[in-house]
Design a protein around this ligand. Sequence first.
Ligand SMILES: Cc1cc2nc3c(=O)[nH]c(=O)nc-3n(C[C@H](O)[C@H](O)[C@H](O)COP(=O)(O)O)c2cc1C
Length: 204
Amino acid sequence: MESSASCPAAAAPLERPFRVLVGVTGSVAALKLPLLVSRLLDIPGLEVAVVTTERAKHFYSPQDIPVTLYSDADEWEMWKCRSDPVLHIDLRRWADLMLVAPLDANTLGKVASGICDNLLTCVIRAWDCRKPLLFCPAMNTAMWEHPITAQQVGLLRAFGYMEIPCVAKKLVCGDEGLGAMAEVGTIVDKVKEVLFWHGSSQRS
Ligand SMILES: Cc1cc2nc3c(=O)[nH]c(=O)nc-3n(C[C@H](O)[C@H](O)[C@H](O)COP(=O)(O)O)c2cc1C
């Protein structure tokens, strides 16, 4: 495992911090959001913000998230007249990398078909596909094994998004099998790997 000290986000920084936007959806794996954010913040040279769906809010306490946390209300409260910012567009401009962890079956389906009915899916719908987008599916094994899942994951990959595959384990619902979100360590290592390549391409 690569240590954060050797992460090229620190070795070859941009003029400003590298900005990671974490999207979180209503999977039980959203319980891990505080740990994920804290592990990302351990990477030198990283700035992190979070966009949450309403359902995801059920699984963590905002007090445990030490970065700016955006949700649907912010988008609508921010915009009153023409000169006001449109939050989902500002966020897609702001972010250098998007990490959707966990990506639940509902939002997976929306993203695959272009539906954008909340802040998170609007950011993804407007995403600049030249920037990395990583996604971590997380769902019950029965949902994972339904044939529509592979089709939808395939579409996201075809957009150029990077899948951090789910793993097999005993799920919170008691079922056992594939569908659990990748471990936080695996996700953070993948982000570091992408940062490494980003740093390399900036140098060349
Ligand atoms: C306790 C609980 C746990 C859930 N866990 C998951 C999950 O791991 N994966 C999933 O796809 N849906 C899960 N769901 C269902 C989603 O929360 C539901 O589809 C919701 O509409 C998702 O909304 P969102 O995609 O806007 O966050 C869970 C629901 C409950 C009540």
